[in-house]
Design a protein around this ligand. Structure first.
Ligand code: IMP
Ligand code: MG
Length: 177
C-alpha cells in the first residue's frame, strides 16, 4: 500500500525562504568564514541549498547521529554514527538541521560540539515543531514553524523514503478499518 502525502510547503515556498535566510546569514557573518555542520542525512538537501546561496566564504562538514530508527517516534537515544572530519576549534560554526522536534538530538549534540571550542556556534533549522519541545533547545535561524505532524521531503524521511521529494509534505497516518 502506498503512503498518502499532502503538500505542506511547496518547492517555491521553500526556495523563497532559503533566499531570505541566506541573505540574513550573509549579513550576520559578513567578514567571517562560516563552517556549516550538516546533520546527516536529513539536512543534506537543506545544507546544500543554503550553501549555494551564501556569498561569504563557506566550509562544510557532516556528521550522523541516530534518533528515530524506522519509527515516527523519538527513542530518546542519541548516538554518534559518523563524526566530523575536521576540528571545530576557533571556527564560526553553524549547525544545520532538518527539523527540531523534541530537541533531544540537538540538546545532546550541541553540548558535545561546544566542548570542541568553536569561536561561535549557532543553530539553523529548516523546520521547527515548537509544541513538541521537551528541552530548552532554541534555533537561531528557522525557516518554518510547523504544527505537530509527521513531515517528509526535502531531506526528511519516513523509514528512509521520501527524502528526495522537492517539497515538504505531511505523511497521512494509515487508515485503520
Ligand atoms: P528530536 O530529537 O526529537 O528533536 O528529533 C530530531 C530528529 O528527528 C530530526 O533531525 C529528524 O531526523 C527526526 N524527525 C523529527 N520530526 C520529524 C518529522 O516530522 N519527519 C521526519 N523526521 C522527523
Ligand atoms: Mg535529523
Amino acid at each position: 500500500m502506498s503512503d498518502k502525502i499532502s503538500v505542506l510547503l511547496s518547492e517555491d515556498e521553500v526556495a523563497k525562504k532559503l533566499d531570505d535566510l541566506a541573505s540574513v546569514i550573509n549579513r550576520d557573518y559578513e567578514g567571517k568564514c562560516i563552517h556549516l555542520v550538516g546533520i546527516l542525512k536529513g539536512s543534506v538537501f537543506f545544507s546544500c541549498e543554503l550553501a549555494k546561496r551564501l556569498t561569504i566564504p563557506v566550509t562544510m562538514d557532516f556528521m550522523s547521529v541516530s534518533s528515530y530508527g524506522n519509527s515516527t517516534k523519538s527513542s530518546g537515544v542519541v548516538k554518534i554514527i559518523k563524526d566530523l572530519d575536521e576540528p571545530l576549534q576557533d571556527r564560526d560554526v553553524l549547525i544545520v538541521e532538518d527539523i527540531v522536534d523534541t530537541g533531544r538530538t540537538l540538546s545532546y549534540l550541541m553540548k558535545v560540539l561546544k566542548d570542541r571550542r568553536p569561536a561561535s556556534m549557532r543553530l539553523c533549522c529548516m523546520l521547527d515543531k515548537p509544541e513538541r519541545r521537551i528541552t530548552d533547545v532554541k534555533a537561531d535561524y528557522v525557516c518554518f514553524n510547523i504544527p505537530d505532524e509527521f513531515v517528509v521531503g526535502f531531506g526528511l524521511d519516513y523509514a528512509q523514503k521520501y527524502r528526495n521529494l522537492p517539497y515538504i509534505g505531511v505523511l497521512q497516518p494509515e487508515e485503520t478499518e
